[in-house]
Write a protein that binds this ligand. Structure first.
Ligand SMILES: [Cu+2]
Length: 661
């Protein structure tokens, strides 16, 4: 890592106008909203007392890491961060495939701590999940992690204890391949994205528990109402708004935690600090993007440069050239860029909800910088994001323009509402027809009787594995690499207070770049990466067909801010049992309005993108709202493994133990 010592580089002229322009393009209206939605890192432009150092890189076989407290100042106010060796982000660990590494991790905190090596295939007691694979590291204790490095690529590490990751305990891992790298490049940089708040994680969590919209200042206003009416007419506007109001949801609720409290960081530096990397014209530069944020999904682009994506979650893929990609929390993407001119370029990573961004500069010369582009418009959730079956209405629509309802009579729409959404928890639904709920429930439950489809068992799967949850299908499964062909089944556990919404007709989560990106080709001429583009660079290793398929639902109740799988929170859940060596398919159905990054520890998640010979291997899969997506897993690692949403405040509930026996 040749990184320039980023001393006090001349501050860019980030005029207020730039940001106001960006916000005006979005859905913000009203002076209060504009002011509040400014990224907090840009509000306070007070210079740091000392220049921030570039992130240190540690190499070798043996590492001593100390977890401790460090004072930081990202906003003009000093706060306490949780760090490794005093550094936020933690040092970059540089390994070589095939070597054995030893890491002595000393916990100098007042609380238990841990480090999880995200995406690494290793024995379960080295995985670093307290309560599952080890007991955590007690205050004052040193825990020795020791394992063989079996893979190459870009990964990262973070605490798996409490909410420590949110306060700074994360860092990059770069593993050089044993064989010559199939990717050619002249220089490389880690670009680690994260989100910082001056509020403690417990405060943020407390706010969300009290009011899930606490950080959302983009709820629509009377002004929006008139522009909606102009665009869509009175009847449609009131039908749509009425639906949102009845559900007491906000169609602008894209992120639980926003730029109102978050300052978005690139390699630990705020947008105004402007992390800077050097290149020489004509060089191939490899950028290793890591999303180490607690809660923020980023959309990344470098205006003026094409990016050739060469790896996803550390695994080489067939190169695909794009202008923009979405990186979910915990995902990594490696891209190659070839700047042809002696000019600076802005690395721009805007939050999925467009309430702020991380920013850095790629430049041939220190002191140069490029324009910071305005943020894109803020997306607005539509019916299709709720799995309500509007995916077949032709081109996707954005910006408050749900697919038209042509072809649906009033009965059809109302049936859809009842099928897709569960209103039984709402005491004040007013004009909702409660008499239908009984019939809806009994209809759905009737699907669980073995007679309707003998292909699956709702509770137990095969008896000899015992105690399983979820819906398991065992016959006539879709071909490996091509995804699920099974009907959507909602278990009785999904009809509980933990669930306020269910998708009955989830859309395809594969060939969809996701909310806020769908029209970027037409609107901006940007080619956006989607999961359907991913093909492994080398042939699929395990070519077997899956023997069993698990359908698991990502569920939540936004009003209570509880998250779950199949309506069951982690504390009440049985482990998912896998038999060593078996090949299974997991189909995730997202019954919520949020995009969830789902991470399976210890084994690869092999995303079925339509080519059984080139199945890409990932450790974290983004599941779009109201969508389903399938991947294969070879249960080749004994032990107890975590399986969870990587959004920090979803993790307490949306979590399962996977046990391979
Ligand atoms: Cu989640």
């Amino acid at each position: 890592m040749e990184k320039p010592n980023n001393g006090r580089i001349q501050l860019p002229q980030l005029s207020r106008r730039t940001f106001v322009t960006g916000l005006a393009a979005g859905a913000v209206t009203g002076a209060a909203a504009s002011a509040l939605a400014l990224p907090s890192g840009l509000r306070a432009a007070s210079p740091r007392p000392e220049p921030r150092q570039a992130v240190q890189t540690l190499r070798g076989n043996h590492f001593d890491l100390g977890i401790g407290y460090t004072r930081v100042n990202f906003t003009g106010r000093e706060r306490q961060a949780t760090t490794v060796n005093g550094s936020l982000p933690a040092p970059i660990l540089r390994w070589k495939e095939g070597q054995k590494v030893t890491l002595n991790v000393t916990n100098n905190l007042a609380h238990d701590s841990s480090i999880h090596w995200h995406g690494l295939i290793l024995p379960t007691d080295m995985d670093g999940v307290p309560g599952l694979s080890f007991n955590g590291i007690q205050p004052g204790e040193t825990y020795r992690y020791e394992f063989q490095v079996k893979q190459s690529g870009t990964y990262w590490y973070h605490s798996h204890s409490g909410f420590q990751e949110q306060t700074g305990l994360y860092g990059a891992i770069v593993i050089d391949p044993a064989e010559p790298d199939p990717v050619a490049y002249d220089r490389e940089y880690v670009v680690l994205l994260s989100d910082w708040s001056d509020e403690s994680p417990l405060e943020i969590y407390g706010h969300l528990k009290k009011e899930s919209h606490y950080y959302n200042f983009r709820r629509r206003t009377v002004g929006d109402l008139w522009s909606d009416i102009r665009e869509k007419g009175v009847a449609r506007t009131f039908r749509e708004r009425g639906m949102w109001n009845r559900m007491r949801m906000s169609d602008t609720d894209i992120s639980d935690v926003t730029g109102y409290t978050y300052t978005y960081l690139m390699n630990g530096q705020t947008p105004e600090d402007n992390w800077t990397a050097l290149f020489k014209r004509g060089e191939k530069v490899r950028l290793r993007f890591i999303n180490a944020a607690a809660m923020t999904i980023f959309d990344v682009r470098i205006p003026g440069l094409k990016m050739t994506v060469v790896a996803s979650d550390g695994q080489n893929i067939e190169p695909v050239t794009v202008d923009e990609f979405r990186i979910g929390v915990a995902e990594t993407y490696d891209v190659i860029v070839e700047p042809a001119d002696d000019r600076a370029y802005t690395l721009f990573a805007q939050g999925i909800d467009r309430t702020g961004f991380a920013r850095g500069t790629l430049t041939p010369e220190l002191g140069l910088y490029a324009e910071v582009p305005p943020m894109d418009y803020a997306p607005v959730l539509t019916h299709r994001d709720m799995g309500m079956g509007h995916g077949d209405h032709g081109s996707p629509r954005e910006r408050g323009a749900p697919a038209p309802h042509t072809g649906h009579g009033p009965a059809a729409s109302s049936g859809e509402m009842h099928g897709g959404m569960d209103h039984s928890q709402h005491g004040d639904m007013g004009n909702m027809d409660h008499s239908q709920h009984g019939s809806m429930n009994s209809m759905d439950h009737s699907q669980h009787s073995p007679g309707s489809d003998t292909n699956y068992t709702p509770y137990g799967g095969r008896g000899n594995l015992g105690g399983m949850q979820g819906v398991w299908f065992t016959e006539n499964l879709g071909r490996a690499g091509h995804g699920s062909n099974k009907p959507i089944v909602h278990l009785p556990s999904e009809f509980a207070y933990t669930v306020d919404m269910r998708a009955d007709q989830p859309m395809d989560g594969l060939n969809d770049p996701g909310i806020g990106l769908r029209d970027h080709q037409q609107r901006y001429g940007r080619r956006v990466l989607n999961y359907g583009d991913l093909r492994n660079l080398t042939p699929t290793i395990d070519k077997r067909e899956p023997e069993r398929e698990l359908q698991l639902h990502l569920t939540g109740n936004m009003h209570r801010y509880v998250w779950s799988m199949d309506g069951i929170q982690f504390n009440d859940a049985e482990p998912l049992m896998l038999k060593y060596g078996e090949r299974i398919r997991i189909t995730l159905v997202n019954d919520t309005m949020m995009t969830h990054p789902i991470h399976l520890h210890g084994m690869w998640s092999e995303l079925e993108t339509g080519d059984g010979n080139r199945i890409p291997r990932k450790h974290t899969i983004l599941v779009q709202p109201g969508a389903k997506i399938s991947y294969l897993v070879t249960a080749d690692a004994y032990g107890r493994w975590a399986y969870h949403c990587h959004l920090l405040f979803h993790m307490p509930g949306m979590f399962r133990e996977v046990r391979v026996v």
